[in-house]
Design a protein around this ligand. Structure first.
Ligand SMILES: C[S@@+](CC[C@H](N)C(=O)[O-])C[C@H]1O[C@@H](n2cnc3c(N)ncnc32)[C@H](O)[C@@H]1O
Length: 235
């Protein structure tokens, strides 16, 4: 493993660290809530008695969004997050690091095979609650999930926006936030958005979301953009 030269907290994103290595390269990292444990083969860096976990932007769309300069990291210490499409836990593990012991990550995933890996991740992380369920039916996990500060959605399905709206109605507090990984070509967010992309954004607006920022994740992920939106609860 390469020697660490310096670790600094990110000037804009609290809880995110910039690790400088002796070869001059830098890595994003979070403080490891489960020291000694890796989730997806990422590097662990121990500096001054603290363990940091490399946050690989080619594997995690949220890390890519930070490197692409998204306006805010709204996931902070103590936050409750509803995570839709948790997969095997790559990004959810970093969200778990960010919210810390006082926070909570409700991780919804419907594929049993990846759920098994997610359960392994949750074993060393008390703030990560794996939920085997289809995110199109929030009523089925309403008895487990509290009101949350943020929804993070990455279910890789068409009509994601309406699925998000349904979940927001059940679980997202007024003034809460959404990160949505949306399928988009690089030009969609800068020039003329295609029909599908525009429809998804309109659906979010109809559901009470105000778009705060959109960044394309190119070159870390060539097929997606990250949307940051704020929720205005009606009625
Ligand atoms: C792109 S992967 C998620 C990767 C993960 N967000 C990360 O960054 O580490 C999308 C996941 O969403 C899950 N998924 C798709 N549709 C779903 C649904 N309706 N309900 C729950 N999970 C769903 C898939 O099984 C898959 O594991």
């Amino acid at each position: 493993m390469a020697e660490v030269v310096k670790v600094e907290e990110h000037p804009q994103y609290k809880g995110v660290y910039i690790v400088e290595l002796e070869d001059g390269s830098t890595r994003l990292a979070t403080k490891n809530l489960a020291p000694g444990h890796r989730v997806y083969g990422e590097w662990l860096f121990r500096v001054g008695g603290v363990e940091y976990r490399e946050w690989n932007a080619y594997r995690s769309k949220l890390a890519a969004a930070l490197l692409k300069g998204i306006k805010e990291l709204v996931i902070k210490e103590g936050c409750k997050v509803l995570y839709l499409g948790a997969g095997s836990g790559t990004t959810p593990s970093h969200v778990s690091d960010l919210v810390g012991e006082k926070g909570m990550v409700y991780a919804v995933e419907f594929a049993p095979r990846v759920m098994r890996e997610l359960i392994n991740v949750a074993e060393t992380r008390k703030n990560l609650i794996p939920i085997l369920a289809d995110a199109r039916f929030p009523n089925r996990y309403a008895h487990i999930v509290d009101l949350v500060d943020t929804i993070y959605a990455d279910v890789a399905q068409p009509e994601q926006a309406s699925l998000v709206n349904m979940n927001a109605k059940y679980f997202l507090k007024d003034g809460g936030y959404l990160y949505l990984a949306i399928k988009a070509r690089s030009i969609d967010v800068t020039k003329e958005p295609d029909e599908v992309y525009r429809k998804e954004i309109n659906t979010l607006n109809e559901g009470g979301f105000e778009i705060i920022d959109v960044v394309h994740l190119d070159p870390f992920d060539r097929d997606h953009a990250m949307v940051l939106a704020k929720y205005h609860r009606r009625g």
